[in-house]
Design a protein around this ligand. Structure first.
Ligand SMILES: O=c1ccn([C@@H]2O[C@H](COP(=O)(O)O)[C@@H](O)[C@H]2O)c(=O)[nH]1
Length: 236
C-alpha cells in the first residue's frame, strides 16, 4: 500500500459544506474519517458523498453501550458500506461479540462487505496520570492498552485503535493480521493540541501502525493539500 493510502484524514467539521470543501481540497486523500461531530450534524448523507467520490470511509462513532443496543447500531451501520467502524473495548466481551455478529448479519442482509470492527483501547487524549488518578485503573498504561486490545481480539474483532506509543507492543502480541489504527500522530512541526500520547508519522509506521489518523495538522493548515503532501514527502 502506498504511504498516502495509509493516512486517514478526519473530517472534524460542523457541516456537510465544510466537509465537502475539505474533500475537494484534499483530492490526493483516499481515506476519510467521519466522527461524531459530522455524523451528528449531517447523518449518513456525508457517507454517500464520500462513496460517490470513491473514497474509503472510517465511521468512527465509538459505540459504547449494552450488547443489545450496540448490536442494533452495528446492524444499521453495516448497510452504509463503510470500511471501518469503532466500538470501545470497555463495552465488554458480550457487547464486542454482539457488535461483530450484528455487523456481519447486517452486511449480509444488505449484500455488502462487512466493515472491519476495531476497538478503542484507551483514548489518545489520556495519559498515565489520567488513567491512574481519574479513571482509577490500577494497571500501567501500556499493560491496560494491551489488555483492551487482547479483549478485542479474543472477542473476534479485526483490530484496535491505539496510540502510536503502544503500537509496537500490540503488533508484537496481537500479530500481523490485527489492524492497528493510530490517532495522536503529529509531525514535528505540528501542534499536539489535546493529544497526550503522540509520535511522528514515521515513528508510528515504524512501530507497526497500519493506518495513521492525522487531522488538525492537515485540516487546520492554511493549505491542507500542502500539509498532506508534506507529510507524505517526509514519509517517503
Ligand atoms: O483514541 C482516539 C480515538 C480517536 N481519535 C480521533 O482521531 C482524530 C484525531 O484528530 P487530530 O486532529 O489529529 O487530533 C479525531 O477525530 C479523534 O476523534 C483520537 O484522537 N484518539
Amino acid at each position: 500500500m502506498l504511504v498516502a493510502e495509509r493516512i486517514i484524514v478526519p473530517l472534524d467539521v460542523p457541516t456537510a459544506a465544510d466537509a465537502i470543501a475539505l474533500i475537494d481540497q484534499l483530492d490526493e486523500v483516499r481515506f476519510f474519517k467521519v466522527g461524531l461531530e459530522l455524523f451528528v450534524s449531517t447523518g449518513p448523507q456525508i457517507l454517500s458523498i464520500l462513496k460517490d467520490r470513491q473514497k474509503r470511509i472510517f465511521l468512527d462513532l465509538k459505540f459504547h453501550d449494552i450488547p443489545n443496543t450496540v448490536a442494533g447500531a452495528c446492524r444499521a451501520a453495516a448497510g452504509y458500506g463503510v470500511d471501518l467502524i469503532t466500538i470501545h473495548a470497555t463495552a465488554g466481551k458480550n457487547a464486542l461479540q454482539a457488535a461483530k455478529a450484528a455487523l456481519e448479519a447486517g452486511a449480509e442482509a444488505k449484500r455488502q462487505k462487512p466493515p472491519k470492527l476495531i476497538a478503542i483501547t484507551l483514548l489518545t487524549s489520556l495519559n498515565a496520570r489520567d488513567l491512574a488518578f481519574d479513571l482509577k485503573i490500577p494497571l500501567e498504561l501500556p499493560e491496560y492498552a494491551l489488555q483492551m486490545a487482547l479483549l478485542a481480539q479474543e472477542s473476534g474483532l479485526d483490530g484496535a485503535v491505539c496510540s502510536p506509543q503502544e503500537a509496537q507492543q500490540l503488533r508484537q502480541v496481537c500479530g500481523e493480521e490485527f489492524v492497528l489504527v493510530c490517532p495522536g500522530v503529529r509531525p514535528e512541526w505540528a501542534d499536539k493540541g489535546d493529544q497526550k500520547r503522540s509520535l511522528t508519522p514515521a515513528s508510528a509506521l515504524k512501530a507497526g501502525a497500519d493506518y495513521l489518523v492525522i487531522g488538525r495538522p492537515i485540516t487546520a493548515a492554511t493549505d491542507p493539500a500542502a500539509a498532506f503532501n508534506r507529510i507524505c514527502e517526509e514519509l517517503a
